[in-house]
Design a protein around this ligand. Structure first.
Ligand code: ADE
Length: 250
């Protein structure tokens, strides 16, 4: 019998990966494309853990390697993001149901945000992974709810681009551009839409979970490192382990 294909857990931050690595069994370290991949089991489920690296190109390369070289058949991304939707606060979790590249602009040749020659700007999460990710967040929410953060779950559009968004003026401009074409992002980050596009091209189900580390405003550069250090790893570990439990009991 062929063993079940592994699930990729792609983390944006080393802090997030460390907690998961500690829980892994049958661990094998593999270097490929200049990156370290950890193959093994989490909650009994075959997994490959990798760091996405930062930015759309780096993350797309990592995702491609996971699919083409390691044969993963589902991909779950965990990381942090800047909250830009109304009511999306630091410590909340945004599960991306859709992904768009906010810095894609080949106009006037193609409509703003559209990826040239694809006819589309928005990529969808896999419906089943999306439902499981949301359920996992709901289940661990009481444990994450510390009094400081409420770990409120949001589901919606995530906008990715090769910028750390760090001023209220930049957020206002980004949202105005997106609203003009009917997009209402809840969070900004630097990888998700690129990985979503790779997964769509390969037919690999994908979802991204993003814990909100900052509001992408003028204090984002202070809030981001503090949150990453103190909280992001706790969230990632709790949510991913719960999600793997849900996947293995399907
Ligand atoms: N990831 C976390 N916070 C972010 C921000 N403000 N901009 C882009 N990516 C982020």
């Amino acid at each position: 019998m062929t063993p079940p294909a592994p699930i990729a857990i792609l983390s944006a931050l080393a802090e997030e990966q460390e907690g998961l690595l500690e829980c892994m069994t049958d661990v094998q370290r593999v270097v490929h494309a200049g990156r370290v991949f950890w193959c093994g089991r989490l909650q009994g489920v075959p997994v490959v853990l990798a760091l996405s690296r930062i930015g759309k190109v780096a993350a797309a390369i990592t995702a491609t390697a996971l699919i083409a070289h390691f044969g993963v058949q589902q991909l779950v991304f965990t990381g942090v993001a800047g909250g830009v939707g109304a009511g999306v606060q630091v410590g909340d979790v945004v599960v991306g149901s859709q992904y768009v590249q906010h810095d894609m602009d080949a106009s006037p040749l193609f409509p703003r945000y559209e990826i040239p020659l694809t006819g589309r700007a928005v990529w969808d999460a896999d419906a089943s992974l999306l439902a499981q990710a949301c359920e996992a967040v709901r289940r661990v929410q009481p444990a994450l709810c510390t009094g400081v953060f409420s770990a409120t779950l949001h589901q919606g559009l995530i906008a990715s681009g090769d910028r750390f968004v760090s001023s209220a003026a930049e957020v206002a401009a980004l949202l105005a551009g997106m609203r003009a074409v009917g997009f209402h992002p809840m969070a900004v980050e630097m990888e998700g839409a690129a990985v979503a596009q790779v997964c769509a091209d390969y037919g690999v189900p994908f979802v991204a979970l993003r814990t909100i580390s900052d509001r992408a405003d003028d204090s984002a550069h202070v809030d981001f490192p503090r949150f990453v250090q103190e909280t992001a790893s706790v969230y990632a570990k709790a949510i991913v382990l719960e999600m793997l439990d849900l996947l293995s009991n399907k």
